[in-house]
Write a protein that binds this ligand. Structure first.
Ligand SMILES: NC(=O)c1ccc[n+]([C@@H]2O[C@H](COP(=O)([O-])OP(=O)(O)OC[C@H]3O[C@@H](n4cnc5c(N)ncnc54)[C@H](O)[C@@H]3O)[C@@H](O)[C@H]2O)c1
Length: 283
């Protein structure tokens, strides 16, 4: 989608981290904003920052849980009622929890997969028909490097992000099949500094964390916290790269180029048929 000025951007997870930076980049392009997040004060802060950076930007927000289809459909209705539609949808809300797979609870699976995988599925279901109808649109799904290469202790997150890559590729093919004028991109960053390491702050009480804090889990959490806080690219830089990739009609977005080497190494491990590829080996 080449010209974003005057178009409508919808951003889930718009109350923090990458979602907030995407809002700022889209506002700078002259877009109107529709934000969705469980964190209402977070979205208000994003709107305040947008107003400060690009005064006069039109924006609305809705408190919602992306794992619930009806709530994402209500966000689509808000976009249609307020701005007459949605052109650029970022299915971006995401959470993380970790630990060896046999220690993860049913609640861990329901919570993380609900947000990371169903959140993307419902964003597509709620917004793509509107885009096909208006004959214009672009969907950006936030996956991760973890959608391609796996490290120990991140099983549920890895599974959900692999699903987001699969869903995005299939969506692009489905849209091509019907010759729809709707683009797709899948964003696959490595670690970068945001509040994702404290994703539990928005975890629903009915899906509370009851998994044991084993030594393995503790080690994994410390490693992720360190890697996220030391990420070389900022959320702002990744947001700018992402919107530029939409303008360039690019499907795969790898802000950290090293991930492509790891994907090749994984393919090589598969070719060898011996050992599972370990992203963290040698770190
Ligand atoms: N930070 C990283 O290292 C990293 C790396 C790769 C991919 N990602 C992905 O980037 C995306 C954005 O995460 P971030 O790093 O900015 O983290 P963040 O925690 O700063 O932002 C995530 C946002 O999602 C919102 N959210 C959580 N659960 C929700 C729900 N059920 N419904 C609606 N909103 C919900 C949170 O309130 C928060 O505002 C996620 O999909 C994440 O998996 C992050």
């Amino acid at each position: 989608m080449k010209n974003l000025k005057g178009k409508v951007a919808v951003i889930t997870g718009g109350g923090s981290g990458l979602g907030r930076e995407l809002a700022l980049v889209c506002a700078a392009r002259g877009m109107h904003l529709v934000l969705g997040d469980v964190d209402e004060p977070g979205m208000q802060e994003t709107q305040r920052l947008v107003e400060e950076a690009v005064p006069g930007t039109r924006s609305v927000s809705m408190k919602l849980d992306v794992s619930k289809l009806a709530e994402v459909q209500a966000l689509a209705k808000l976009a249609a009622d307020t701005f007459g539609g949605a052109h650029l949808v970022f299915n971006n809300a995401g959470v993380s929890s970790g630990g060896p797979l046999w220690e993860c609870t049913e609640a861990d699976w329901v919570w993380v997969t609900g947000v990371n995988m169903y959140g993307v599925a419902w964003g597509i279901k709620a917004f793509v028909p509107m885009m096909i109808e208006q004959d214009e649109g672009h969907v950006v799904n936030t996956a991760s490097a973890a959608g391609w290469v796996n490290s120990p202790g991140g099983g549920i997150y890895n599974a959900g992000k692999h699903a987001v890559v699969a869903i995005s590729e299939t969506l692009a093919l489905d849209l091509r099949d019907v010759q729809a004028n709707v683009g797709v991109s899948v964003l696959c960053p490595a670690f970068f500094p945001t509040a994702i390491v404290d994703a539990d702050r928005n975890r629903p009480a009915e899906l509370a964390d009851t998994a044991p804090m084993s030594e393995t889990r503790k080690r994994r959490e410390e490693m992720v916290r360190h890697a996220v806080s030391h990420g070389r690219l900022s959320a702002a830089e990744i947001a700018e790269m992402t919107v530029k990739a939409v303008e360039d009609e690019q499907f795969y977005i790898f802000p950290h180029k090293k991930i492509k080497q790891l994907i090749k190494a994984r393919a090589e491990a598969a070719d060898q048929e011996k050992e599972p590829f370990d992203t963290m080996a040698g770190r």
